[in-house]
Ligand binder design. Sequence first.
Ligand SMILES: NC(=O)C1=CN([C@@H]2O[C@H](COP(=O)(O)OP(=O)(O)OC[C@H]3O[C@@H](n4cnc5c(N)ncnc54)[C@H](OP(=O)(O)O)[C@@H]3O)[C@@H](O)[C@H]2O)[C@@H](O)CC1
Ligand SMILES: [K+]
Length: 505
Amino acid sequence: MKILTPKQTRELDQFTIDHEPIASIDLMERAAQKCMDWIISNIDASSYYIFCGTGNNGGDGLAITRMLDPFPYNKKAFLIHFSDKLSKDAKLNYKHLKKTDAACLSQIDFLEDIDFNQIEPDAIIIDAIFGSGLNRPVEGLAKLVIEKINELPNKVISIDIPSGLMAEYDESYAGSPAIIKADITLTFQTPKLSFLLPENSQFVGHWHVLDIGLLAEYIEEQKETHVLVEKDYITSIYKHRLQHSHKGNYGHALLIAGCYGKMGAAILASKGCLKAGVGLLTVHVPHWGYNIIQSSVPEAMASIDRSEMIFTEFPELNGFNAIAIGPGLNKKKNSVVAFENMLSKIEHHSLVVDADGLNILSENKHLLNKLPQQTILTPHPKEFERLAGSWKNDMHRLKILKDFCQQYQVITVLKGAYTVTCMPDGRCYFNTTGNPGMATAGSGDVLTGIILALLAQNYPPDKAATLAVYLHGKAGDKALLQESKESLIASDIIRNLGNAFKSLN
Ligand SMILES: NC(=O)C1=CN([C@@H]2O[C@H](COP(=O)(O)OP(=O)(O)OC[C@H]3O[C@@H](n4cnc5c(N)ncnc54)[C@H](OP(=O)(O)O)[C@@H]3O)[C@@H](O)[C@H]2O)[C@@H](O)CC1
Ligand SMILES: [K+]
């Protein structure tokens, strides 16, 4: 699903009004009806307090209040009068509600006009103060109201976007002094980019996209800049296996991993790779790790370094079509030299760099220029900061990520909630699978193995990265059916890769 910018959202709105065609007031009615349908099907409460602004978001709130009328609920709508400029459709809905139930509607000029004590703790608060039209930090009356709502114990449902949160912003934006902390956000047609940034999870709560029938035609014409990766996208890139195939069809991968004390990372990455369908896997390990890898991963072949403890050389690369380097490696001088030598020998191979491979890059930045185009890097935020520098807010981090990928022509998988895979041309793919139980030792090693396997099977690097991230998260979600977020470990992710693949059929 494409994520639209605020400008695209306004254009989509207008495109639908012009081409469906539909009057804007009827579109607002449809949006409010979708919210009502969702609320009636999912919420069990007897009182609703609806806080409305003066723009179209407020118009939605006023329409929702009217739609509650046939139901036996207590309801009260507050028009927060922070501006005299009531939008045209908000004004129509204001008049309409006044006719239906004038007693439930109050105009609020001062915070004291609202008796917050009357709001029962189990009542639902509907937040329709600001939507996608917010263009500056919230001040004055609206700020006071938002702060007060955030102090209440009530469940809050935000319409379209939590009031005070911008759909997009830049690095100079220090945030609004007041933003609604919603439990649920009901957003229209596509999610907003800010929902996917870690710093905003405290405001957005659980978000749901409501299809309000805005025309797909317009969305299809827009470039893929920010994409939410869901099952339909993944099934469109997943290649089914042929009935008559042999291991030669699925590539030969080389994994360079492990050192004294860190052989577990090599084992986990190897198993992830094998379980993701690679034809053949060779693992290059220090001499000391030979017995360990052979007995722990009998399906893999071993290539042995002359060094007892660390990575100092690499096998002839010709026989391999994909290479991963980094899990459980180390950053000693001889390993850096070997890494640099290997980069100069890479020709047609796809490459993944993880863990200590990334640390080597951040301590030897000149190597970044030697990475083959479309190399896949898989940092967590700390590793990324070491590679690319620090950021002021998460939107700024996204900009740094795009600049970094463009500068070095690499693909970066920035791990976290909504892991984002950024392409050399700046396209960003936000993943939707996975859970906090996966923040556990070795989880990243497994992901590296999966990416390596998909590259060896000839997936183009951009598709290999997005598919691997999705499968890794899905395997974690399947594992969580038997485990808890605390007990889930990397081996559980490996064990559930089969279930993750099956979920694509
Ligand atoms: N997309 C769709 O298809 C559909 C969208 N719909 C709904 O419309 C919503 C967008 O409505 P909207 O454009 O009227 O903006 P909204 O957020 O209500 O703000 C109102 C005004 O507030 C002002 N303002 C801004 N910042 C401010 C601040 N800090 N403090 C004080 N004032 C501030 C600013 O005016 P300004 O003062 O800048 O002239 C702005 O115009 C959208 O979220 C959805 O709920 C559905 O009804 C139908 C389908
Ligand atoms: K809102």
